[in-house]
Structure formats: structure tokens, C-alpha cells
Ligand binder design. Structure first.
Ligand SMILES: [Zn+2]
Length: 477
């Protein structure tokens, strides 16, 4: 290991000593799947664990009732572990089954494995805290309980509130098919509602008195679709009409609303593109003599990777190897695999540019590669990564070929194989955190890398200064 840190086995020891209670925490959160800013029970479970482990707790971070921070230690650097605990709507599924059978029809389910995500991050934070105490080393470790990753952009609001201002290094992970280091960037994105207001009138008797908000929405969409030819090809724009102004064709529609999602590889490009979309909306309002108001609901920045931290985490994984799955894990993974399509399985290998092998569970650690790839989606970890050097692991918690946001993820979410993958991810994070805590040189190199990758750009929040976390709105799905 190039981290050269003889304390690694001790920090892993602390994880092994407490892995059972954190497995219970992950299972408990699995059993109360809650979505986007409604994670009351899940956040309470994390708060209880923080208390039990002796962390100092801050609640209502950024004014969000389900966001919390636990801190331990004194002085020294601040190492942050980011956790999530939100679920997805409509993905209820019985645990341990290899057939699609909802636990409660139509209910939520942990289809992205965030029950494991939060628990492992808190376990890593606890192990590093225990290590600081045992060795009397100055330094602070924090666990950030972050709600609403799925569509709510809570971390962007938390960053804006200053919650990460004094953090030296941030570490997180995501459940996956494979174990290793995340080396992908993600797209910056923003959700904007455009609400048009016109004037109602009898559409046949006095059409000249009406001003149609629905016409404005249609013209805006046409305008944006023409604009596509003249925008960067790696940007994305999608829209959904939320309000068509009523069901009566013989009434000129006085109100209409369209929601846009705009994505771009980097934040400055995103902000520039949103301004162009706004101009199209204003043009549509001008053409139809209606008024338009735009409201940015939530936005997230692109993810910035960090080479020095990825190198250290790679070394940690190389020294640790993949989770030690047993025959029962392999047998369950085989059953899950039988429910996947060949396309599912191929997609998992393709994503990592690896040649497919006929294995139900990862038996290797992802090799390093120099190319930083663009993943199609977006994540609010992006905002943290703009203001703090950030590194993320992948933990092997799923049968190879399992795709996120499916019932198969929920079915595996409480299984022994998921628990093993979760604990090994906690070890990868704790060891990386320990290296960052104890090496000034590593932290300096990580900050230099972040500055280089920002290319002189300052962080600009994708959320307008007046906008509040959409805690009550819950429409940001
Ligand atoms: Zn996720």
C-alpha cells in the first residue's frame, strides 16, 4: 500500500467489532422505505445510532428536517463521510426472493440500496472516530446524513448553507455490482418550472379577448426543440407538461405549466443553457401576450473526481480484495441472475469497459483506468465535489447484472451478500479517511487536484439564492 499507514488493520478492526449493529441499521432503514425529504424514520434511526456511538449531533441542516450531521473528535482536519437513506416510489419488494413480489403493492422500496449506503458511511465514520479516540490523535470526523438524493438535491442545499465550508476531504460510496473506486463524472442538472398566465375567454365567441397560456407552452417547447440544433451535443433537455390549462377546448387556457430538466457536463455550461431556455420562455410569452414565471426547483452540479484520493482508495481495495462471499451468497446471486436479461448483464460489464465473465458475484476489484467517464445521470454528490475534494467507492452488494432502481435491488437489500459488500465498502472508506486524516501531503495533493479540475471556476450554486429545499412540495421527482 502506498498509504504507508500501519494503522489500517486497527481501523478495520473497529469496523469488524461493530458490523452487526450497522447491519441492523441498514435492515431497519430497508424496512421503512421513505422518499424525497420524507425520511423521518430513516433519519431518526441514523440519529439514534449517532447518539449511541457518541457523536455530537446537529439536526435540521440547511433547514431540512431529515438532514443531520454527527461530529466527533477535536481539532485537526475534518474528514466527512456522506450517507443517504432515501427510497424510491413503487418499488416495494419482499426481501430474499428471486421473483417479483411486492411487500406492499404500490409502496416504496430501497431500489437504489441507500439503506446500505447510509449505514456503511456511518460505520466508516464510527470506525475512524474510534481510531481517533484510541490513538489520541487530533482530528474531526463527521457523518453527513443526506436525504432526498433521488431528485431532491439535498446536498446542494446543504452545500449552499455552508455545511461543508470547513471540510477537508469528503468520502462516500454507492452499492453496485462490483467493488472498487468510482471513476465517473456525472452531469450537472437543473429542474425548472415555467408557469404561464394568460386570459380566459370563450374560444369561439370572443377568441380575440383570450390569451392562451397553453399556446405559450407549446411555442416554448417548439422554440427549445429548434434550439437543440445549436446547443452543445453533450447537453440534454427534457420536459413534461404539468398543467395544460383545463380540459375544455372551448375555453382559452388562462394557465399552463411545463417542467424542464436541463443537463450539461459542467455547471457553467448548465447555467448558460438555462438562461437560453428562459429566453425562449420569454419569447413564447411575448408572442402570446401572456406572462411567464420560472422557478428553479432543484439543481445539482457535475461530479469532479479526485486523482490523489482515487489512487489511495485503489490501493486500499487492492490490499483488501473483494468481499468474501460464501456458497449461500453465490446461490442466491445465481437465482437473481436468472431473473435478469442478457442485456442487463452485458450493461454491467460494458459500464466498466470490462470483458464479460460468467460469474454471479464480483470476485475481483475493479482495475484502475485513466479515462474518467461520463455517466448518463446526475447526483447531488456533485455539489460537494466542487467545494471539497471528494472520492467515492463502489461496493459489491448486488448480483452481477443487477440494474439500479429495480425490484431485484430491493430483493437483495437485506441479504447476507449485501451486508458483506456494505461492510467491505465501509472498510475502503474508513481506510481512505484514515489516510486523509493522517497525511497533510495527501490532503494538499487532493486540494491541488480539485483546483486544477475546476480550471479557475468558482463554485456557483445551481439553486437560486431565494429557493428553499422543496421539503413540502415533494413534487420534485
Ligand atoms: Zn443511488
Amino acid at each position: 500500500m502506498t498509504t504507508g499507514n500501519s494503522n489500517l488493520p486497527l481501523v478495520w478492526d473497529f469496523i469488524d467489532r461493530k458490523k452487526e449493529v450497522f447491519t441492523e441499521l441498514a435492515d431497519r432503514v430497508w424496512e421503512t422505505p421513505e422518499t424525497c425529504y420524507m425520511e423521518k424514520l430513516s433519519a431518526a434511526a441514523h440519529r439514534e445510532m449517532l447518539e449511541a456511538q457518541g457523536f455530537r449531533i446537529t439536526e435540521d441542516v440547511a433547514g431540512i428536517p431529515t438532514a443531520l450531521i454527527g461530529e466527533a473528535g477535536e481539532g485537526g482536519p475534518v474528514i466527512a463521510f456522506l450517507g443517504e437513506y432515501d427510497a424510491l416510489a413503487g418499488l416495494s419488494q419482499k426481501a430474499g426472493l428471486s421473483s417479483h413480489e411486492p411487500l406492499v403493492a404500490g409502496a416504496n422500496g430501497h431500489g437504489c440500496g441507500h439503506n446500505l449506503l447510509g449505514s456503511a458511511s456511518l460505520l466508516a465514520a464510527t470506525a475512524l472516530k474510534d481510531w481517533l479516540e484510541k490513538t489520541g490523535t487530533p482530528g474531526r470526523v463527521r457523518y453527513y446524513g443526506c436525504p432526498a438524493e433521488e431528485g431532491g438535491a439535498a446536498k446542494a442545499f446543504m452545500v449552499r448553507s455552508g455545511a461543508f465550508d470547513d471540510v477537508d476531504i469528503a468520502i462516500s460510496w454507492h452499492p453496485s455490482n462490483f467493488a472498487g473506486v468510482q471513476r465517473e463524472t456525472s452531469l450537472a442538472n437543473c429542474r425548472v418550472d415555467f408557469t404561464f398566465t394568460g386570459r380566459a375567454a370563450h374560444a369561439s365567441a370572443v377568441p380575440e379577448l383570450g390569451r392562451s397560456a397553453l399556446d405559450a407552452v407549446e411555442l416554448m417547447n417548439v422554440g427549445v426543440n429548434y434550439m437543440r440544433e445549436h446547443m452543445p451535443s453533450d447537453c440534454r433537455i427534457h420536459y413534461a407538461v404539468l398543467d395544460t390549462g383545463g380540459i375544455s377546448p372551448n375555453v382559452v387556457q388562462a394557465h399552463a405549466k411545463v417542467r424542464y430538466v436541463v443537463r450539461a457536463p459542467e455547471l457553467p455550461g448548465l447555467l448558460a443553457l438555462i438562461e437560453r431556455v428562459k429566453k425562449v420562455a420569454e419569447g413564447a410569452a411575448l408572442m402570446t401576450e401572456t406572462q411567464v414565471e420560472s422557478t428553479i426547483l432543484a439543481g445539482v452540479s457535475n461530479l469532479i473526481v479526485n486523482a490523489p484520493l482515487m489512487d489511495v482508495m485503489q490501493d486500499v481495495w487492492n490490499s483488501m480484495g473483494p468481499p468474501a462471499f460464501d456458497d449461500a451468497d453465490i446461490a442466491f446471486a445465481e437465482k437473481i441472475r436468472a431473473t435478469l436479461t442478457p442485456g442487463d448483464v452485458a450493461a454491467s460489464w460494458n459500464q466498466e469497459r470490462l470483458e464479460a465473465r460468467d460469474i454471479p458475484l464480483a470476485d475481483f476489484v475493479l482495475p484502475p483506468h485513466n479515462e474518467v467517464r461520463q455517466m448518463g445521470g446526475s447526483t447531488d454528490v456533485g455539489d460537494v465535489s466542487w467545494v471539497v475534494p471528494t472520492v467515492q467507492a463502489y461496493g459489491a452488494t448486488l448480483a452481477v447484472g443487477t440494474q439500479l432502481h429495480t425490484w431485484q435491488v430491493v430483493a437483495q437489500g437485506k441479504s447476507p451478500l449485501a451486508h458483506k459488500g456494505m461492510v467491505s465498502a465501509a472498510k475502503a472508506m474508513a481506510a481512505t479517511g484514515l489516510a486523509a486524516m493522517t497525511s497533510d501531503q495527501l490532503r494538499e495533493a487532493a486540494w491541488a487536484d480539485l483546483k486544477k479540475r475546476r480550471r479557475g471556476q468558482e463554485y456557483t450554486s445551481p439553486i437560486p439564492s431565494g429557493a428553499e429545499p422543496p421539503v413540502a412540495a415533494m413534487t420534485v421527482k
